[in-house]
Design a protein around this ligand. Structure first.
Ligand code: PMP
Length: 408
């Protein structure tokens, strides 16, 4: 007899199912603006030249495929710690004082999962209630829900702008000592980020309400074009921790986008502690958690990252690769803005150029997005988010004309 008949079909992932539909579409003018992965001027994925360089070195020098440590390669952990925290004073101080637990993770998703497990396991006051922005990467909800956390939302966007008033109002009502998730830069899906001054207002409440910040750093380098500059939120939080205004923070970092290492699943989780004893204990617990989920992480991506971060020339080439990707995206953002402005419509498109990063939140309605898909073979998520790197000089005119038709 059948034992699994009671299992219903799961709802397909909204983004992955759009890609399947796109692949089946025979229209030669079709455009895919759904996937959050970089595409070059000809619409193709590619391997960053700096990563090719690192791959050649790795091919020549790799001597074994042994397991790495439970929390990842120790060289990787040391180098990534230096990369994330070694560029500013408070971070350097935490490295010297051994106040950062860092573990290699299965990309950003794996880091978020480990954060969720950590918050749940160590249930510090209200740490198992996590607040996420009211518009956020859809998987945040899935990940934290599977960790058994209670998920609540705070206001984020209104009329295509950051809704700072309601954001601050909501934060002021969060139960003391809860967890709160922030996007470090290039907010997904809105592309809207608080300014430095607005972050100071937000962090003041984090401090007053003793919240635990979880920082999702998935697009480092795509906002300013500079890897170190995009660490501004991490630096601001570390400064507050150094001043005893905030107690701790969890940083979930990914090399998927900025190194183009999507499928290598490589990133890190960092937890800032108050002293080296906490570091020692927390690291042991994190290892215990990792051991029970996947024993130890994969080694290919971490070896590539180690080469990039330990070789000055390759690091500089990588920084240049990131600057190129981010500037092509910025260029497409402005081109689209100019084209839409020059067309016969009365809409205000300023929000397109006020946003940052890989995505542009168009403000188009679900109905207009469906029309773009059904009549023009332009695919994006139903919330009106475009992944800008799917735009290039060959398809931008067709895209702008199609948008102009669906809004008129
Ligand atoms: N956070 C955000 C906001 C993201 O958009 C993504 C990827 N789309 C991730 C985390 C995780 O990506 P990955 O696991 O591939 O690093």
């Amino acid at each position: 007899h059948n034992i699994w008949n009671h299992i219903p079909l799961a709802k397909p992932d909204p983004i992955l199912s759009i890609i399947e539909e796109f692949n089946r579409d025979g229209n030669p003018q079709k455009i895919n603006l759904s996937v959050g992965a970089y595409r070059d001027e000809s619409g193709k994925p590619f391997i960053l030249p700096s990563i090719k360089q690192a791959s050649k070195i790795l091919f020549d020098q790799e001597s074994d495929k042994e397991y790495t440590s439970i929390n990842g390669s120790l060289d990787y952990n040391r180098l990534v710690k230096q990369f994330l925290f070694g560029g500013f004073k408070s971070g350097k101080f935490f490295i010297e004082q051994d106040r950062i637990v860092l573990a290699q993770s299965l990309s950003g998703t794996g880091a978020l999962k480990l954060s969720g497990e950590f918050l749940k396991n160590w249930n510090f006051k209200n740490s198992n209630e996590i607040f996420i922005p009211s518009s956020t990467w859809a998987n945040h909800y899935n990940i934290f829900k599977n960790c058994g956390l209670k998920i609540s939302q705070y206001s984020y966007i209104k009329n295509n702008s950051l809704d700072l008033t309601n954001l601050l109002k909501d934060l002021n009502q969060i139960p003391l000592k809860s967890s709160i998730l922030f996007h470090a830069c290039c907010h997904n899906p809105t592309g809207l980020n608080p300014t430095r001054d607005e972050w100071l207002e937000i962090l003041k409440i984090v401090s007053e309400r003793e919240l635990i910040p979880i920082v999702d750093l998935a697009y480092q380098g795509f906002e300013s074009g500079n890897l170190q500059q995009d660490l501004y939120l991490v630096e601001m939080i570390c400064n507050k921790i150094a001043n005893d205004e905030i107690s701790t923070a969890l940083i979930c970092q990914s090399f998927a986008k900025n190194m183009g290492l999507y499928g290598e699943r490589i990133g890190s989780i960092s937890i800032i502690t108050q002293n080296s004893n906490q570091t020692f204990n927390i690291e042991s617990q994190l290892k215990k958690t990792i051991r029970s989920i996947y024993s130890s992480p994969s080694i290919h991506g971490s070896k590539l990252v180690e080469i990039v971060l330990s070789n000055d020339e390759i690091y500089q080439n990588w920084q240049n690769d990131v600057a190129k990707m981010s500037s092509r995206i910025k260029k497409m953002r402005f081109e689209l803005f100019n084209l839409l402005n020059s067309m016969d419509n009365n809409l205000n498109w300023n929000h397109l150029i006020q946003q940052n990063g890989m995505f542009c939140f168009t403000g188009l309605s679900e109905q207009q997005i469906l029309k773009l898909k059904n009549e023009y073979s332009i695919y994006s998520t139903l919330d009106g988010r475009f992944s800008i790197s799917g735009i290039n000089m060959q398809n931008i005119k067709y895209l702008a004309e199609s948008i102009n038709k669906v809004i008129n």
